[in-house]
Structures are given as C-alpha cells and as structure tokens.
Write a protein that binds this ligand. Structure first.
Ligand code: ADP
Ligand code: MG
Length: 245
C-alpha cells in the first residue's frame, strides 16, 4: 500500500466563534489529483492554508510525508512548506522583477542553486508553461493568464512534492482560463500530486481522481467525479450542483 503524502486527522479551525472547519479526516496519496469544491465561505481556502500551516489548526493534525506539521518547530515546518507549492487566485508576482527573476529567486535564495542552474531550470519551466519568450518581461506587461502561468512555474521551481491551487482561474478573463487549466492538466498527467480548489467543473470532471465536496465545515462527500456529478449523495451537494450546472 502506498503511504499517503498528506494525512489530515480531525482537523478543526475556528476564527473566534466562527467554526470554519469542524472535523476533517482525509488523505491524499502520491500522484492523486483532489479537486475541492463547495459553496463560497465554506472553508476551502482555510483548509488549503491549513495543509501547509499558513493557518494554524485549532485542533487536529496535518501530516506531510509522515511528519505531523502540528508538532514540528518553525524551522522544520518552513522546510516542509517548501515542498508544497501554492498558487493563489491573485498571482502575487514580484512586480519589480522580470519573469525569469521571479522564478529564480527562491531556488537561489532558499535552495542554494547557482545563478546558472536557476536560470536553466527557469527556462525549462517557462517552456513547460509556454512562456519562454516572455522570460525578460515584467509582470505588469503580462495578461492574467500569462501571469498565472508564471506563478505556477515559480512554484514548480522549488521542486515541490505537492501543488496546492486556490481558485487559480477565478480572477481571469474567460478566454484565459483554458490556457491555465491546460498547464494544470499537463502537470497532473506528469504525476504531480495536486489539491485544487476550483469552480471549473469541466476540469474537475476530467482531471480529478477524487472530488471532495466541502460545506459547513466538513468534507460532505469524497467521491470519484463520475459518482459525484451523476449521483451526489447529500442534499447539500445536490443543492450546490443544481445551482452551478
Ligand atoms: P472559501 O474559500 O470556501 O470561500 P474561506 O476559507 O475563505 O472559504 O472562509 C471561510 C470562513 O472563514 C468565512 O466565514 C471567512 O470569513 C472566515 N475566515 C477566513 N479567513 C479568516 C481570517 N483570517 N480571520 C477571520 N475569519 C476568517
Ligand atoms: Mg476561497
């Protein structure tokens, strides 16, 4: 049996009196693509942020590669966090650096790659996201779809074991959604382990191994896409799907 790469056990997270995550126990196996869907405000972003301890759980455990993040010191948490790439709705590129410099920064600073090594790797990644001709551009000159692909390349530059995506296409004009989803699909095809929060149901259907439907602080359903979309079990999911499909 393969060892899970992420294990979440009885995870709960409250902000003051607002219990956002109530009791979540799930696991992600290496190479799996998990798509998390659910209503706005249901705790999806909070959940993703708990996976790499950008949010500290109120209770419960999150283990990465067998190490319980909730029991580790800050130094080790930071090391493990480097193995989890994260891509947000807003691209968060450094505006004063070129595309190439954005991608090279962390590998050089954190991983100790030489300038030449980091440059070579950055060009490989830019080819992967079809943007090598924009290596010397500044972020402000890019379209949203291009900027998000750079953000993905930048996350990949740290050679993460897992990629976390929080609504990566929600801020994009419709005509740019496809180019970003294509890059994500290729990444999935290459075997990357991914946890993706998205409202793109086409992507969920065709790329996800499992759908996690999250609402009211729980994963209400954990199903294959075929099962989830054809036979949602809970009323909560049926209601959600009736509104979006
Ligand atoms: P989703 O991503 O599913 O839309 P979120 O995880 O962003 O949901 O938010 C879930 C709930 O947690 C919301 O009620 C939101 O206001 C609350 N919340 C999220 N982050 C914080 C925070 N840093 N401080 C206080 N409340 C927060
Ligand atoms: Mg969110």
């Amino acid at each position: 049996m393969t060892k899970p790469i992420i294990e979440v056990q009885n995870l709960a997270k409250s902000f003051g009196k607002n219990a956002v995550l109530k009791d979540i126990t799930e696991q992600v196996d290496p190479g799996q693509v998990i798509v998390v869907i659910g209503p706005s405000g249901g705790g999806k972003s909070t959940f993703l942020r708990c996976l790499n301890l950008l949010e500290t759980p109120t209770s419960g455990h999150v283990a990465f590669n067998g190490e319980d993040l909730t029991t580790l010191d800050t130094k080790r948490v930071n090391e493990l966090r480097e193995e989890m790439g994260m891509v947000f709705q807003s691209f968060n590129l450094f505006p004063n650096m070129t595309v190439l410099e954005n991608i090279k920064l962390a590998p050089m600073k954190v991983k100790g790659l030489s300038d030449a090594q980091a440059t070579q790797r950055a060009h490989e990644l830019l080819q992967q996201v079809n943007l090598d001709d924009h290596a010397d551009a500044f972020p402000t000159s890019l379209s949203g779809g291009q900027a998000q692909r750079v953000a993905i390349a930048r996350a990949l530059a740290m050679d993460p074991k897992v990629m976390l995506f929080d609504e990566p296409t929600s801020a994009l004009d419709p005509e740019m959604v496809g180019e970003v989803l294509n890059v994500m699909q290729e990444l999935a095809n290459q075997g990357m382990t991914m946890v993706v929060v998205t409202h793109e149901m086409g992507f969920a259907k065709s790329v996800a191994d499992r759908i996690w439907f999250m609402a009211d602080g729980f994963i209400q359903e954990n199903s294959t896409p075929a099962d989830f979309f054809a036979h949602p079990k809970t009323e909560r999911a049926q209601d959600f799907l009736s509104k979006i499909l």
